[in-house]
Design a protein around this ligand. Structure first.
Ligand code: 13P
Ligand code: SF4
Length: 334
């Protein structure tokens, strides 16, 4: 089968044989070959967040990146069908921005603890308790919560957008990640409870990293650069060289020459970094996101065989209000 042999060669050249993938390369190649064939037949585009496994990102991903880049790429893609290998709120964002397109997620379990931490009613109550300040909402939320918000942010632009908001407002409401909110408040010299009202949400992956380990690793690996996602607790962020979103973390790795890198985030990110920069040294300090990891090559193939069950829909009235808040993000992040 020359098709399969060529696919094995392609995946091997990408280095996939050296990393954790689902099964051995011939099995992965058979799946990626079939998925890519069906995807073309349907005129679909596959989005892959950097927390997906490398066989998904490099084997079948067309649009790859952080949540901001993927939202932006989906707006610009001419494809009429989007298969989102990421979590549900990301696919919902793609649907809100592209109501005319069909959007699918290849897993019913691709939720997010942050998205589940707050409802639209919670936001309404909070606005009633704190009338006036704009509601700045992290993209890791449901469409209904976005619809109650003034502006959406991702970890790639939250600091920039908050700075711009503070030019006009003394106080903002930031939802729902209490750690990211506290980290941003610290970076901007603002006081939680006074200048920034926070919610009690957190990411089940990032909240559990142990800040004490960073000192241990620094002693063990001189010249270590420590990068952490902005969803990590503030005691940990105090110890790192760089805090940001996954896109900025990858650019930091690319543009620096540290003796080694400690990437404090979801494991898929480190897997991808190792493949992209084989000459650099990476120290493992990662946790798996069970929601992101509910998507596999098998589930993508199953979706392409029977997509109806996993179509993402958003009620048009909710989508219209949520879209305004997302568009505000694109305007202020530009
Ligand atoms: P990024 O936007 O940095 O990719 O983050 C998304 C996310 O879910 C982090 O846990
Ligand atoms: Fe949500 Fe955390 Fe998973 Fe990101 S890593 S999708 S914030 S649960």
């Amino acid at each position: 089968m020359p098709g399969l042999e060529n696919e094995i060669k392609r995946l091997t050249a990408l280095g996939l044989h050296r990393r954790c993938v689902e099964g051995d390369i011939p099995r992965v190649a058979a799946l990626t070959l079939e998925i890519n064939r069906r995807k073309k037949e349907r005129g679909a585009v596959i989005c892959a967040h950097v927390y997906q496994t490398p066989d998904i990102i490099l084997g079948i991903g067309d649009l790859v990146g952080d949540s901001y880049k993927l939202a932006d790429d989906c707006r610009k893609s001419p494809a009429k069908t989007i298969i989102f290998c990421g979590v549900h709120f990301m696919a919902e964002t793609a649907k809100i921005l592209n109501p005319e397109k069909k959007v699918y997620v290849p897993s019913a379990n691709a939720g997010c603890s942050l998205s589940e931490a707050i409802t639209a009613d919670d936001v309404k109550k909070l606005k009633a308790e704190h009338p006036g300040p704009p509601v700045i909402t992290y993209i890791n939320t449901s469409a209904e919560v976005k619809a109650e918000s003034d502006c959406i942010v991702t970890s790639a632009n939250a600091e920039k957008i908050l700075r711009r908001m503070y030019e006009k407002h003394e106080k903002v409401i930031f939802l729902p990640d209490r750690f990211m909110g506290a980290n941003l408040a610290k970076a901007l010299g603002k006081t939680p409870g006074k200048d920034i009202i926070l919610w009690n949400g957190s990411c089940v992956v990032h909240e559990k990293f142990d800040p004490g380990l960073i000192k241990v690793y620094r002693q063990r690996y001189p010249g270590l650069a420590v990068l952490a996602h902005a969803e990590c607790p503030t005691e940990l962020i105090r110890e790192v060289d760089f805090m940001g979103g996954t896109g900025d973390m990858m650019r930091y790795v690319e543009s620096t020459n540290a003796a080694a890198y400690l990437l404090v985030t979801e494991c898929g990110f480190g897997e991808l970094a190792r493949l992209k920069f084989p000459a650099k040294n990476f120290i493992a300090m990662c946790r798996l996101c069970p929601y992101m990891k509910s998507i596999t090559l098998d589930s993508v193939l199953a979706l392409l065989q029977d997509p109806a069950a996993q179509e993402v829909t958003v009620p048009p009235a909710v989508a219209a209000r949520a879209k305004k808040a997302i568009e505000k993000m694109f305007e202020l992040a530009a």
